[in-house]
Design a protein. Structure first.
Length: 510
């Protein structure tokens, strides 16, 4: 679509970063973890918008968020939340922020934000507080920026997005194919306006594309939860009738593209889901046919285990006086839901499917050996194309596997053990310090480790692997009546033995 200012068409960056898999970059996931926590308890780092070169915006939003944070997000007045969200959305629509970059050019917020999203830039950390207001507005109960009701689509509708690209790319839109746009995407309810933009400034060798997008009505909860925002009420360009789509929205091609007499390629698509709007559980899956019971892999498996602490707890079976309460099990905060170590591709895929049946709100951290990577990742993306994930191939021949995965730039490839250890490690965002810390450096976990307390965890041996922890409540894993589905591992910090891998397990009871 286009922006208008005195009749002059101003072009929005028309590259939304299309991809056919939900591989999320490392910087994006760090940003999103920070944004999620700020969404729950209130953004306290909006000043960082000023560090990105938008001090006026930062000051306005800090003043609007102050009464929300003072009252606590869950108890803040909805009207205060709506003002905060509306201001953030208005800033997104603006072509003129009043700020200049180092070269004296006008700074445009939506361009810089979307560039950072598309390129997984390190600056995303400073965008987190702003992004949580704009992104999470569809969840008004807990998030600090409740979207006004008139900005949430009450009925299904069709919106349009036009831009130019290489004509050969029409082959990527086959009926039934799915894909993602990695950025916020501005669309318009007005087909003629989007057509106008599709025809503007088409570089030689490219074609104009017009996407007609079926946008469902707003649904806050459940498997059908989907959000998009109608911005006419807050936009500085009300005549555009803009509908804003969220990053990593998944789309499906409804019909094969058609080319009109005027050369415009029409692509009918529909929104399928917003996989990032739910609170995401963290699960690590590492697949290596060489196994984990000896050598370097065993050392690295212990590292993954102790730096992710999957469902670690300080109470074996919970507190009988407080049944059903997660705190009764003394779970260590910040640990991931599950760590799966597999030697068999199908076993790893079966485990992923099992977890996704329990909840679709998972971000997988996938680690795989070079030789197993093509089969496993190919099938993972085919079976679970909507599921957000990080991916690293850990191999001996780095150049070979970089070449094999050159078509997927978000797939990381390394033979560097230190880099792989860093990838396996789980970091927890500490809001007060505004930094990500290893779990053993975070106050509540560190206290348990320093005191060398005894801890417990659930695990199970499965064909082709061993799994630590699980989605679902700790009680379903740790209660005495789990009927043998889960085994209980235990040990003392800071070196807890791993059931299913360590030959000396189980340790002697203390």
């Amino acid at each position: 679509m286009a922006r208008r200012d005195g009749g002059k068409v101003k072009v929005i960056d028309d590259n939304p970063g299309q991809t056919n898999s939900a591989i999320i970059g490392d910087q994006f996931m760090r940003m999103f973890a920070k944004a999620t926590l700020e969404g729950m308890y209130g953004p306290e780092h909006l000043k960082q918008l000023g560090e990105l070169g938008y001090p006026t915006f930062a000051k306005e939003l800090q003043e609007l968020v102050a009464p929300i944070n003072k009252a606590r997000v869950t108890k803040a007045a909805r009207g205060d939340k709506e003002k905060l969200w509306a201001a953030s959305a208005r800033m997104y629509t603006m072509e003129e922020s009043g700020e200049k970059d180092a070269q004296g050019n006008d700074k445009v917020l939506y361009r810089e934000l979307n560039w950072a999203l598309r390129n997984d830039d390190a600056s995303l950390d400073k965008w987190a507080s702003y992004l949580t207001i704009l992104f999470h507005g569809g969840e008004p109960t807990y998030c600090p920026g409740a979207c006004p009701e008139d900005a949430l689509p009450k009925e299904p509708q069709v919106t349009y997005r036009g831009f130019s690209m290489d004509g050969s790319l029409v082959s990527r839109y086959k009926k039934g194919d799915t894909f993602f746009w990695q950025t916020f995407v501005s669309t318009s309810k007005l087909q003629d306006q989007s057509l106008e933009f599709a025809r503007k400034k088409v570089p030689e060798g490219q074609k104009s594309f017009l996407f007609s997008i079926d946008v469902p009505k707003y649904a806050k909860m459940g498997k059908d939860a989907q959000w998009a925002y109608e911005l006419q009420g807050v936009s500085v360009y009300k005549e555009e009738d803009e509908v804003l789509l969220l990053p990593y929205t998944m789309f499906e091609v409804k019909e094969a593209p058609t080319e009109a007499d005027d050369g415009i390629v029409h692509v009918p698509i529909r929104m399928v889901m917003n996989p990032l709007i739910k609170m995401l559980d963290n699960i690590t899956i590492w697949l290596d046919p060489n196994g984990f019971q000896q050598g370097n892999n065993k050392v690295l498996a212990h590292h993954a285990f102790m730096t992710t602490m999957p469902c670690f707890r300080l109470n074996e079976h919970g507190n009988k006086d407080d049944p059903g309460n997660e705190t009764a099990y003394g779970r260590l905060r910040g640990g991931i839901q599950a760590l799966g170590l597999f030697t068999d591709t199908e076993a790893a895929l079966k485990f992923a499917a099992e977890m996704l049946r329990m909840t679709s709100a998972i971000v997988f951290k996938l680690a795989v050996s070079g030789g197993a990577s093509q089969k496993f990742l190919g099938q993972f993306f085919e079976r679970f194309p909507w599921s957000p994930c990080n991916v690293m191939v850990f191999c001996g021949d780095e150049e070979k596997w970089k070449g094999e995965w050159s078509h997927a730039p978000r797939v990381q490839v390394t033979n560097n053990q230190t880099k792989f250890k860093t990838y396996l490690q789980h970091l927890r965002y500490v809001k007060q310090q505004d930094e990500f810390l290893p779990l053993d450096k975070v106050a509540d976990s560190k206290a348990a480790i320093d005191e060398k307390k005894k801890c417990y965890y659930s695990y199970r041996n499965v064909e082709g692997g061993v799994v630590y922890g699980s989605c679902g409540s700790i009680g379903s894993q740790a209660d005495k009546d789990t009927k043998g589905k889960f085994l209980t591992g235990f040990g003392n910090f800071p070196d807890v033995p791993m059931g299913g891998i360590d030959k000396e397990f189980p340790p002697k009871a203390q």
